[in-house]
Design a protein. Sequence first.
Length: 251
Amino acid sequence: MKKLQSLLIATALTATSSTVLAAQSSESKSPYLYGVGVAVKKEIYKGYSSRTVPLPLIGYRGEKLNVFGPFVSYKVTNVDDLSISVQLSPRFQGFDDSDSDIFEGMDKRKDSLDAGLGLDYKQGDWQFQLSSLFDVLGNSKGYELKSGVSYTQRYGPVFIKPSASLSYLDSKHVDYYYGVKMNEINEFRSVYEGDSALNTTAGLSIATPIFFGGMTRATLEYTWYDDPITDSPIVEEDTSLSFGVFFTKHF
């Protein structure tokens, strides 16, 4: 559940940025947003089934400061089409033994808080992004490096944006969330020490401002997980498909 909630918020945050949000913001003087969202995702852990979760959304978009739910970014510099921002992002990736039978007898893995830098470059309808986020609470003591590219095409009032991204997770992060310690082994789990992983995601989003005076957005993402994650004895899938629908509107 927690990991799906993070997906919902992250997807909604993406919906409030780039060309789509710029188009919506141009129609309103208010920097404040509100809305609702719902998403469905298949987890890769053993014992997890597909879940459907609704989520209320609220945010603020200023010239430098952007807030959407618990996600915060502040633009520190902007040169032509290139911007650099400081980012703060919670990581809802924790679990305990109540989430699945496979976690029974395992130590709780805690949610955490990531902070780092993001780089955004726009060239016409293309957008390139780089980010580096570190666990500032020291739960996993790991970090994530992510790169992404997207292309936004407008057809009248409809925005279509395919995207692709790579996510590098260091060995400390993978070991914390997917590893199995010596004191956690049983007949279903052997000791497993996670190594660094490189995951790949392809996505597609469709957005339009024609409904109810706000922005409606549908997203579809497919992620391929690297071997150091899928080889874990608590993981049973090597890919994950997620779908979400979100509606946001200015106050």
